[in-house]
Design a protein around this ligand. Structure first.
Ligand code: TRP
Length: 366
């Protein structure tokens, strides 16, 4: 293997090409989903690193729930081993995982229809990492642009073996359950490409003509460019600019009161020249379904105060049912843990069956 058939997404041009191909393919898949969702098993997941916020909600969670509700078989991964790719400590992981479960169920992920499970609870998933590592080269791993970006953002921390190889682990996440559909943002496309390459090479090298793994496809999530309350950075815990699902209405009002606007009292929707104001208008628009220009016209000369009041109302109204459900769930951690244990058990069954197939293909049955 010389790695020449592997993912080459290291130039901006190659990324652009793969992005437009993925978008075209995603559009086709959406059409198939609308008519016959039964051909798909989808896998999605998050690193449990903190509370989910409005950016997650509008950017991925709403879409995930939509797909689940279309009737796709749905696997939701709590990617706990991925937490230690770019940090030295897991933090209070058990608490964070419970919060994540609370957020998941509150937004409408339904344990009756979706299997929610954690990496660390599924040994056979993790064992797939071994044969999979034999199928990729050092050079392929080193040119993964998402790994490079995470490495650069990790503040001088040396590249760990796990950071370098986690896209292979992510292939195991996807292939252990033979998911064929993975809703992702564009930063995850290199990982999807790696999973496809691994599936293909496994079949060629160890499958003896057998199609043990199919090639999973990316479903690009609708792009939602929501900035945080600072009006500069993407909404993110590390920037302290989030509106969390777990906030109360008062906390939301306070966070938005601190939001950045500008000194022009006349509110207009102008993403180019007034990004902070435009972002707040977008936030309200995304929450209420209104057009941001109409909202701007409605506020007129009301200034930043009126803008923030309008945004607060739109956000709180949108999140009210989620938060009510969240409060009920948070009061019953026993139930939440039960959901996770049941999901783990189901994932283990699936993973054991796949690992058996893999061992058979590799003549490792003794
Ligand atoms: N890497 C993803 C993220 O940071 C999380 C993740 C882990 C994932 N395993 C996955 C996403 C498998 C899709 C499929 O958000």
């Amino acid at each position: 293997m010389d790695g020449t058939d592997g993912p080459h997404l290291d130039s901006a041009e190659a990324l652009d090409r793969s992005l437009s191909a993925a978008q075209a393919r995603s559009d086709q898949i959406e059409q198939q989903l609308a008519t016959d969702p039964s051909n798909f098993r989808m896998l999605t997941g998050d690193r449990p690193t903190g509370r989910l916020h409005l950016g997650h909600y509008l950017g991925t969670l709403v879409n995930r729930v939509r797909l689940q509700d279309l009737g796709l078989e749905t696997m939701v991964l709590v990617a706990d081993y991925q937490v230690i790719t770019d940090r030295d400590e897991t933090g209070r992981l058990a608490d964070v995982v419970l919060e994540l479960l609370t957020d998941y169920l509150a937004v409408g992920i339904d344990p009756a229809r979706s299997t929610i499970f954690a990496h660390s609870a599924v040994p056979a998933l993790n064992q797939l990492m071994l044969p999979f590592l034999s199928l990729v080269t050092d050079a392929e791993l080193r040119r993964n642009p998402t790994v490079k970006a995470e490495f650069e953002a990790s503040g001088g921390r040396p590249m760990s073996g796990l950071l370098l190889t986690y896209p292979v682990h992510q292939a195991a996440d996807i292939l252990f359950c033979k998911a064929n559909l993975v809703p992702v943002g564009k930063d995850q496309l290199p990982h999807l490409e790696m999973s496809r390459v691994i599936a293909r090479r496994f079949n060629e090298r160890y499958g003896g003509g057998r199609q043990v793994f199919g090639a999973p496809e990316a479903l690009l999530s609708p792009v939602v460019n929501l900035l945080g309350t600072d009006g500069v950075h993407k909404m993110s815990k590390s920037k302290h600019n989030t509106i969390d699902l777990a906030m109360t209405e008062d906390e939301t009002a306070r966070a938005l009161k601190r939001a950045v606007t500008d000194s022009d009292r006349n509110i207009t929707y102008d993403p180019q020249d007034r990004p902070a104001v435009a972002n707040l208008l977008s936030m309200a628009a995304l929450c209420s379904g209104a057009d941001p220009r109409d909202l701007a016209a409605q506020i007129g000369d009301g200034g930043g105060g009126a803008l923030k009041a309008l945004v607060t109302e739109a956000v709180n109204e949108r999140l009210r049912p989620v938060r009510a459900r969240r409060a009920e769930l948070a009061a019953d951690p026993g139930y939440l843990l039960g959901v996770l244990r049941e999901g783990n058990a189901k994932a283990n069954e699936i993973a054991d069956a796949t690992l058996s197939e893999v061992r058979e293909a590799m003549e490792m049955v003794y």
